[in-house]
Design a protein around this ligand. Structure first.
Ligand code: KG4
Ligand code: ZN
Length: 345
């Protein structure tokens, strides 16, 4: 079964072709970063308009790369939420129009389920059950995963998502959006001993997160450095390092706690922040000590992409799922509302 995947939930247009027998055949991505950079964040209307411009050229590109014709496609999976409503509508309208014209089924996919299943695109795939750490621009969640659609929320952020915290800290340091990769780059030259930032909520039981205190601490430190020395490049690197260490430290502690609580030894990490090299290294180290293993997608499939939507859609389409008569795109959509995959235990 050949599935076309379309991702348009935010500021990346992602298109991919996934074959249930042969795997991922082709994928293409257009990032709108340059369009939004002057505004310091994603402008929804500009995002929607650019998805309209890019989706079809990217579709032609993946068809050519895979050596396929449109008539080879058996079904279309598109992101139906959560995300920016206008951006989602572009993908949904395109997917459903093509499906109608080609006489094939379409299915709306949950963006975070796409992220969660992205590690399945790798050669070494995690086996169920596992704990998933979903860390993106909009979500920070720890989920127990017993199968596709069998999700139990163990903890989540009570305020900012981890990626959002990276983006805000970056803004305070005068770095462009999205800030995560910029903070990570500066942190490499930062002194890990100069500042110690608080690790929020680690001393409290439970698996929820909170990053707003860390944000305030970052702001205060930036202001103090600016007063003292005018915020030098080294100050920025040291602050970035302390900030990253605090986020990574918090995530690692909570992941270990979740594995222990559920008696599991497999962690799957996905979403934009899972591209962070320091986070990957520290999770490997900490989980290795307790005989647990961490899986994550290749860097290009950590951030938003069409391949993860094609894959998640392929699993559900292959099990017989289809859009209903009146499919909806949803800005908010708790992942626990998803049905278990038909035929799953
Ligand atoms: O999953 P994603 O592409 O989009 C959402 O669904 O939100 O995640 C984007 C987020 C941004 O906040 C970005 O700053 C962060 O992921 N990010 C990183 C890194 N690369 C992307 N954060 C920390 N370190 C990175 N290397
Ligand atoms: Zn995402």
């Amino acid at each position: 079964m050949l599935i076309l995947g379309l991702e348009t939930s935010c500021d990346e247009t992602g298109v991919a072709l996934y074959d249930t027998e042969r795997g991922l055949l082709a994928h293409a991505l257009f990032s709108q970063v340059d369009i939004h950079v002057e505004y310091g964040g994603v402008v929804p209307e500009l995002a929607s308009r650019d998805h309209i411009r890019k989706a079809l050229p990217l579709l032609r590109e993946v068809l050519a790369e895979a050596g396929c014709q449109a008539s080879d496609i058996d079904a279309i999976a598109y992101t139906a939420g959560p995300g920016l409503i206008g951006a989602l509508m572009v993908g949904a309208t395109l997917a459903r129009s093509l499906a109608w014209a080609w006489g094939i089924p379409a299915l709306g996919v949950h963006h975070m389920e796409g992220h969660l299943l992205a590690p399945m695109l790798e050669d070494e795939r995690p086996a169920f059950p596992f704990i998933a750490l979903l860390v993106s621009g909009g979500h920070t969640q720890l989920v127990r995963v017993d199968g596709i659609g069998q999700y139990r929320m163990l903890g989540e952020s009570l305020d900012d998502a981890a990626g959002e915290a990276f983006d805000k800290a970056a803004k305070m340091l005068g770095l462009p959006y999205p800030g995560g990769p910029h903070i990570a780059r500066l942190a490499e030259s930062g002194d890990p001993h100069r500042f110690t930032f608080p690790r929020p909520m680690v001393n409290r039981p439970g698996l929820d997160f909170s990053f707003s205190g860390l944000k305030t601490h970052t702001l205060t430190t930036v202001a103090a450095c600016r007063e003292e020395s005018g915020l030098t490049e080294q100050d920025k690197c040291d602050i970035a390092r302390a900030f990253e260490e605090a986020v990574v430290g918090t995530l690692v502690i909570k992941c270990r706690r979740a594995l222990e609580q559920e008696g599991l030894s497999t962690l799957v990490m996905a979403g934009g922040v899972s591209a962070n090299r320091n986070l990957r290294a520290q999770l490997h180290k900490a989980l290795g000590k307790v005989g647990a293993r961490v899986y994550y997608p290749a860097p290009q499939f950590c951030t938003d992409n069409g391949a993860m939507i094609a894959y998640a859609g392929a699993c559900r389409l292959a099990a017989g799922e289809r859009d209903g008569e009146a499919p909806q795109v949803r800005a908010r959509w708790p992942m626990q509302e998803l049905p278990a995959l038909a035929g799953a235990a």
